[in-house]
Write a protein that binds this ligand. Structure first.
Ligand code: WT7
Length: 649
């Protein structure tokens, strides 16, 4: 493991002030103004959030801003609204009617632009199709799609009729899809005959066929034709998208929904058990998604805004679809890989569409650094005015490169900290107001009571590391783990009592109060900006007939942030053969998907355990990173297991 991937975050001293030019045109134009807003919001958070919520279109006003029965919150109680109406219909009465809502580019180079009016029309037609296929308010719909406009249409159509979507990232395996469909008891699946990625066609329909075999809840599968690949067809169950919408009316009244009506479920990894279905609801979620997209990305009418996330992740929900559309922005979507057909594809897209606000992940930035400056330098990136990152801490080197090479030294960078569970950005610079420091997400957003505490829940002094918590409810917080409120309580509201939300991250604040997120403190690893549970990878490995035991840990990885090392013991004297590593990698791919593929598998006769039999992953983390084994080893049953692993290196 090369040492240059280990960051020296503590010595970062650079401060970048927003330029006077940027501040002048920004919504929030000075640190003092941010401070003022933040103070007022802290004095009366309900009032602050109510004023943000009022910017949306409500069909019925709420009676009570917050009902907080820790750890369960209800926001805007008694109010009614429709998310799709807020994202579409609301913009049709004025000049935005013919504004591009969605600019899409396919990997092969095809492209489409949908105005607000057109997106509204497609959404209404698909919503009517869903209704005629038997989908009703409250039903769950799984969406397993490539990144095409229809993915957004499917989400908005569900929202329009009050169906609850569960988008499953197209890179997940059939087994992962099956588990998610089963947990949500989805009635319908929306998919495609495939998509394009890295110059190839990939399939989705076969995975759906495999998954749905074990999903009795599924009545219909809607299939979008995208690649024209041959697919199996089950005529009693499968319906082509184009046939389903054929003849459907372009009028579909948005159903006014209770503010707490579920909008979507999105599955995310936890440290134990199966993935958690994070549940978000209607009024609170949209309030914060819309409010933050405007303040953090400082959106203006002419902006072309591009968030590179897939709709299969929360970033795609809040900052590709719902936030920007609620704000009446132009949101860009690109289907494929950043390096196809050449390593300059992203920059070619920025130039082609005149992208002005660009939001991506540190892992992508690190990959671009490796590809070299020549690729961005070939393109005119002068349309860019603001850059953002999300997903993991950004190393200062990558930050500086992003600022200099992509931003031409003139674009502020917003490093946005948040999670699937928080629904929207929690800690971030406001680009016209907040001086930035490379590697820090800076300050909590107005209305967000973030703090760093010790294990007793007491706030630690600035400069000291601790646990990152949020001490007051906020409108876009998850409401529960779908079907498992006990897990919700245990996972997020037990460590520091039922009133304090625990993020699972470590952090420290510096003398200016800036937050420096240090990464996960639980058994969760962050690969390319996405959380994976070590436990799930382990159970995929142990599912292989040759494997006796497995322990999975994260290790520093130059591009992905964290890579995966698996320590594996084989059953009764078996020796790893030629193909064993390949078989085990395939087992993980099948169970979870390529995203969880171990970077390294190390076979060992024994795993380091405590006397009570717990695997000491902390020590394995040291081994995987090529570090000295540190900390207390007195509970270790037998040191020889560790000594041997280190000697093998
Ligand atoms: C975890 C959440 C929210 C969208 C993408 C990931 C890490 C996220 C940052 C950041 C440092 C970050 C945290 C968090 N994380 N953004 N700007 N700086 N760490 O969503 O899969 O729910 O993962 O990503 O560890 O807990 P997610």
């Amino acid at each position: 493991m090369s040492k240059d991937t280990i960051e020296s975050r503590l010595v970062e001293k650079r401060v970048f002030k927003p330029s006077a030019l940027f501040s002048k045109q920004a919504r929030v134009g000075s640190a003092a103004q941010r401070e003022k807003i933040t103070r007022a919001a802290a004095r009366d958070p309900e009032r602050y959030w109510a004023s943000e919520a009022k910017k949306l279109l409500w069909r019925k006003p709420w009676k009570k801003t917050l009902e907080w029965k820790p750890p369960f919150a209800k926001w805007f109680v008694g109010g009614a609204l429709n998310v799709s109406e807020n994202c579409l219909d609301r913009h049709l009465g004025g000049p935005r009617r013919n504004k591009a809502a969605l600019i899409w580019e396919g990997e092969p180079g095809d492209s489409r632009t949908l105005t607000y009016q057109q997106l509204h029309r497609e959404t209404c037609r698909f919503a009517n199709a869903l209704k005629s296929l038997g989908v009703k308010k409250g039903d769950r719909v799984a969406v397993y799609m490539p990144l095409v406009p229809e993915a957004a249409v499917a989400m908005l159509a569900c929202a329009r009729i009050g169906a609850v979507h569960s988008v499953v990232f197209g890179g997940f395996s059939a087994d992962s899809l099956r588990d998610r469909i089963q947990d949500a008891k989805a009635k319908l699946v929306v998919t495609a005959d495939g998509g394009f990625r890295k110059g190839q066609k990939f399939g989705l329909k076969q995975q759906v066929d495999d998954a749905v075999k074990d999903c009795p809840s599924v009545r219909k599968v809607v299939v979008l034709k995208r690649t024209d690949q041959p697919i199996a067809w089950h005529s009693e169950r499968d319906v082509w998208w184009h046939e389903a919408v054929d003849g459907q009316s372009a009028v579909c009244d948005p159903v006014p929904l209770d503010a707490e009506h579920p909008l979507f479920i999105l599955y995310t990894s936890g440290s134990t058990g199966k993935p958690k279905g994070v549940l978000h609801t209607t009024g609170g979620y949209l309030t914060v998604a819309a409010s933050t997209v405007e303040s953090v990305f400082d959106l203006k009418e002419p902006d072309v805004y591009w968030c590179t996330a897939d709709v299969g992740w929360i970033t795609g929900h809040s900052y590709v679809v719902y936030g920007p559309l609620a704000a009446g922005a132009t949101t860009l979507m690109y289907e494929g890989a950043p390096t196809c057909p050449g390593p300059d594809r992203f920059w070619a897209i920025v130039e082609k569409y005149g992208v002005s606000v660009f939001y991506t992940a540190p892992t992508a930035i690190r990959a671009f650094i490796r590809l070299g400056d020549a690729h961005p330098n070939k393109h005119d990136l002068s349309s860019l005015r603001l850059l953002g990152t999300v997903g993991e801490p950004i190393n200062p080197e990558a930050w500086a490169w992003y600022h200099r090479v992509i931003g031409g030294g003139r674009c502020p960078i917003v490093d946005t900290y948040w999670q699937t569970e928080t629904g929207a950005i929690m800690i971030s610079p406001l680009p016209g107001a907040t001086p930035t420091k490379p590697g820090s997400a800076t300050l909590a957003m107005p209305g967000i009571d973030a703090a760093v505490v010790d294990k007793d829940g007491k706030e630690v002094p600035h400069g000291t590391g601790g646990f990152l918590v949020v001490r007051k409810p906020w409108p876009s917080m998850l409401r529960t783990v779908y079907g498992d409120p006990a897990r919700y309580k245990k996972q997020y509201f037990s460590e520091f009592g039922p009133k304090v939300y625990f993020t699972g991250d470590g952090a420290r604040r510096d003398k200016d109060g800036y937050f420096w997120v240090l990464g996960r403190v639980d058994d969760v690893i962050n690969v390319s900006g996405h959380r994976l549970s070590t436990m799930e990878v382990e159970s995929a490995l142990v599912g292989h007939p040759k494997v006796a035991e497995a322990a999975v840990v994260g290790m520093p990885h130059a591009v992905k942030g964290q890579g995966i090392t698996a320590f594996v013991t084989l059953k009764g004297g078996l020796q790893p053969g030629n193909g064993t590593t390949r078989e085990l990698v395939a087992a993980v791919e099948k169970a979870i998907g390529a995203i969880a593929r171990p970077d390294r598998i190390r076979f060992t006769d024994a795993l380091p355990k405590t006397r009570s039999g717990k695997i000491m992953r902390r020590l394995l983390r040291n081994v995987a990173a090529g570090e000295e084994v540190s900390g207390d080893t007195t509970t270790l049953e037998d040191f020889s297991a560790i000594a041997k692993l280190q000697a093998d290196e």
